[in-house]
Design a binder for this molecule. Structure first.
Ligand code: LLP
Length: 417
């Protein structure tokens, strides 16, 4: 069931008219549907019913405390890539033994923090990192639980910026050298080799690349067993895509079928790191039309949300559907929907067909729940926008709009000035 729907030509989130939230909170803002977040998490988790698994929500897609708390309440784990995400995850109530830590550039302070907290597993991406973790664990008198992130050289057929499992990408340890890395790891005193990890990319809309990667991993699992290296966890990363426009990605059930078909019966505990598929279509941005103008070349609709609030259209030429919050049924025009920032790259949509709007109208930028707020910035000293969670006929601000004072917090004018 879609929880962003029109009733009487007016867009609702669950049972609340979006116009009403905008009146109270102002624009621009993010709005999330609690029911959608919950349903998406449960759909993914239930797709693997009967399989020993842990669904670790990928924090990078949306680190808002309220959202992460919801997933920790549902028994989920967390996939992190920084000390900051670990800090937020613990605040949101995740138990450390459900947290996995990936990333090519873990700093020593971050490694120490994760060791002290006792996370489930480090997904290691280079030999130098492996040795560093061993050294730090020794100093802290800990044993570091670890998986090697293998780069299987599979083309995920997605945007080049978000493909991560090909030879040319910086991620993981090359599949040809993975076994050698495992042999090194197995000999290190302060390391406990417990898993194998792989993440091939994001917004993947077919099952093929996942299966290809898994076939390669299976070969490694066999080699590991043959060498007496006994792993217990197989982390298959995230990456399942969503519908932004006309994509038809596999449903989590179809994805699960594909995984089960390749892996067969296994005694390994499967770990998943879904991000976008859980939160992407559970959130929108609501923005207001500031001005319209026509040039000889085209029509522009200038809105109060910019690339600093949602950078995906600018960065990846990503498509986000844009809908009127109140559908006045006017004629359709073709326009560039742009933000207030001083860059031509500041757009939410180019050459988009949209019903004619007027000053003050509200627009909803759909599918903004993943990689939305987390990638926002204070560029042009614009205030970060609030986030709201709707639950049935109730809604609550889960992050306040910044104030001007927030902009200069922590800044120091040196005494010689
Ligand atoms: N695990 C690892 C190791 C990852 O690097 C990522 C995403 C995920 C899990 C979650 O992937 P998902 O299920 O969300 O596809 N900013 C880009 C997406 C970058 C994805 C980076 N890694 C965007 O806006 O499209």
């Amino acid at each position: 069931m879609n929880h962003f729907i029109y009733r009487d030509k007016e867009l609702y989130c669950e049972k609340v008219p979006i116009r009403k939230i905008a009146q109270k909170v102002g624009t621009p803002m993010y709005i999330y549907s609690y029911a959608t977040l919950k349903r998406h998490f449960m759909a993914f988790n239930d797709a693997f019913k009967g399989v020993n698994r842990l669904v670790c929500f990928s924090a990078k897609a949306n680190t808002s405390l309220a959202i992460m708390k919801l997933f920790s309440n549902l028994g989920g784990g967390l996939d992190i890539v920084s000390g900051g995400e670990l800090y937020r995850g613990l605040k949101a109530g995740f138990s450390p033994n459900k947290i996995v830590y990936s990333g090519v550039g873990k700093r020593i302070d971050e490694i120490d923090y994760a060791l002290k907290m006792g996370i489930l597993m480090f997904n290691v991406e280079s030999l130098e990192e492996l040795e560093t973790i061993d050294r730090r664990a020794g100093l802290l008198k800990k044993k570091a639980p670890l998986a090697i992130r293998v780069n299987p050289d599979v083309d995920p057929k997605t945007h080049p910026y978000i493909s991560t499992g090909m030879k040319k990408n910086k991620f993981g340890i090359n599949i040809e050298t993975a076994m050698a890395a495992y042999k090194v790891a197995a000999k290190l005193k302060n390391i406990k080799v417990i898993g194998l990890d792989c993440h091939i990319g994001s917004q993947i809309t077919q099952t093929g690349p996942f299966k290809d990667a898994l076939y390669s991993l299976k070969a490694i699992i066999k080699e590991l067993t043959d060498c007496g290296i006994n792993i217990r966890h197989l982390d298959l990363g995230g990456g399942l895509g969503i519908t932004y426009n006309e994509e038809e990605p596999p449903h989590p059930v179809e994805y699960a079928e594909a995984i089960k078909e390749v892996i067969g019966d296994t005694r390994l505990k499967l770990i998943f790191e879904p991000g976008r598929v859980i939160v992407g279509n559970a959130g929108i941005i609501v923005t207001k039309v500031l001005y319209r103008k026509s040039t000889t070349a085209k029509e522009f609709i200038i809105v109060d949300a910019g690339m600093n609030d949602l950078i995906r259209p600018t960065l990846y030429e990503a498509f986000h559907a844009i809908k009127p919050v109140v559908d006045s049924g006017g004629e359709e025009i073709k326009a560039d929907i742009v933000g207030p920032i001083c860059e031509s790259g500041d757009f939410l949509a180019l050459g988009r067909k949209i019903k004619k709007v007027k000053q003050g109208d509200l627009l909803a930028v759909m599918s903004s729940g993943a990689y939305g707020f987390v990638m926002s910035s204070n560029y042009c000293s614009r205030l970060k926008i609030p986030e709201v969670m709707v639950n049935g006929d109730n809604f609550q601000v889960i992050r306040k709009r910044q104030k001007y004072e927030d902009l200069t917090r922590g800044e120091i004018i040196p005494s010689f000035l």
